[in-house]
Ligand binder design. Sequence first.
Ligand code: 2AM
Length: 189
Amino acid sequence: MRTATDTPDRTKPARVFFALWPDAGTARRLDDLAAHTHASCNGRRMRRDTFHLTLAFIGDIPRERVVDLITAGDRIPAAAFVLKMDRIATWRHNRIVWAGAREVPEALADLVARLNVVLVEAGFPVEQRKFAAHVTLLRNARADLASDEIDPPIDWQVGGFALVESDRREDGAHYKLLKVWTADSPLKD
Ligand code: 2AM
């Protein structure tokens, strides 16, 4: 996270994306999983405060357009739902070890679809590849996972979504939540 003295350079583009940001308990579980997996896969562990699930990656935009993204996000109702993280896997092409869900809940698929609609309407580029719900745990990992199960699964109580700015530094990316949209109604079972 940024500190108050770490103000962004207004002339530099902002690298932004929409994401689900985990609560502290979920982040802790993901961190334990990353630690356990790191023992066999090596690679670089993501810091606990950086875990997230990207919903829509936008990339570099002029900073003055951030307000348009906030307006776009304002058009979407933030839903509460449970995301059952029960799968861990590796992508060999980029050597990422990630946690995900065997089943994408309808509320999550719906959120991604709605985001894509409002982003297109606001003139932002959207990802053409199929949405791959994942939380990156390790980068530059060796691909030798002992199991693809997260056991017991991590029940992530999603309570909304966020617009996030990424600041890439030598020690890895640092993230700033530019706006968080929180669900009005409590989680339904
Ligand atoms: P990753 O963890 O699999 O690299 C910030 O970079 C977030 O946006 C990360 O979660 C990253 O996924 C994701 N992302 C999605 N598409 C991206 C792209 N084209 N370039 C960089 N990051 C992307």
